[in-house]
Design a protein around this ligand. Structure first.
Ligand SMILES: [Zn+2]
Length: 252
């Protein structure tokens, strides 16, 4: 969805940053062996996300989240904060892959978490704001990176879910419970290949409950022959598809 706001997803094949495959940077091992490099990658992504604008797809979902007579939950794989900035109801937004703007202490004995930290750059050395600078980035030492304000010894890390890490159990539970308890009868699959668990499994759960599937993507999903397919830029197709819900509704 954020591709329409000019943000690269950095997932899957072709997601490169400098000479690095982004998958090699988004792991606990990468952070352990070179936290400076990983922080440069995430500082760049924070900066890009902060300078991007929510598009009409973010705005349409945000508007839907305030319609009073619809039970609704957004389960987002995005970490860029654009849904919040579009005004999405925070109570109905689950960021199951975390957020670029959450910071967590890496010290084993410390549970410090800070949300909605939009400081850019986080430290003077993490001023990774221009693409031209990327090729000549220096190696950083630990004292140039953000540290925990509570225990004063742990390095802070981005509060995103890395490859090889589990999704936050609380968020997964909330999503599962919402879908089953409410007998969800329609799932909108927006701009994802559905290859990433658990998003893919939600489609099957809704179908097994007799619900409908609507897919918004740039290509037709041949595997979902029975689904409603909205092919194109979701910043155009999603607002158009949702518009009838807004006319005459009690949108806040
Ligand atoms: Zn700490």
């Amino acid at each position: 969805m954020s591709a329409s706001s000019g943000l690269s997803t950095f997932r899957g094949a072709g997601g490169y940053w400098r000479a690095y495959n982004s998958i090699d940077l988004a792991t606990p091992d990468a952070f352990y062996s070179d936290p400076g490099l990983v922080w440069q990658f995430y500082s760049y992504r924070r900066h890009k996300a902060l300078t991007a604008e929510p598009n009409n797809a973010h705005k349409a979902l945000a508007r839907l989240s305030h319609v009073k007579n619809i039970k609704f939950l957004t389960i987002s794989q995005n970490v860029d904060g654009l849904s919040q900035r579009a005004g999405h109801n925070p109570d109905t937004l689950l960021e199951i892959h975390g957020s670029l703007f959450e910071l967590r202490c890496t010290d084993f004995c410390c549970s410090y978490v800070e949300r909605n930290n939009m400081t850019d750059p986080l430290t003077p050395s993490l001023d990774v704001t221009s693409f031209d600078k990327l090729e000549s980035l220096p190696s950083l030492t630990s004292d140039q990176l953000p540290h925990c304000p509570r225990c004063h010894k742990g390095l802070l890390r981005p509060g995103v879910i890395w490859f090889g890490e589990s999704l936050p159990l609380q968020a997964v539970d909330k999503a599962d419970e919402f879908i089953v308890r409410n007998g969800v009868d329609l799932i909108l699959v927006i701009g994802t290949s559905r290859s990433v668990w658990p998003a893919a499994s939600y489609v099957d759960v809704v179908k097994n409950q007799g619900g409908k599937v609507a897919i918004f993507n740039t290509e037709r999903d041949e595997a979902e022959a029975d689904a409603w397919q909205f092919v194109g830029d979701c910043s155009e197709t999603l607002p158009a598809a949702l518009e009838p819900l807004f006319s005459g509704s009690q949108a806040a």
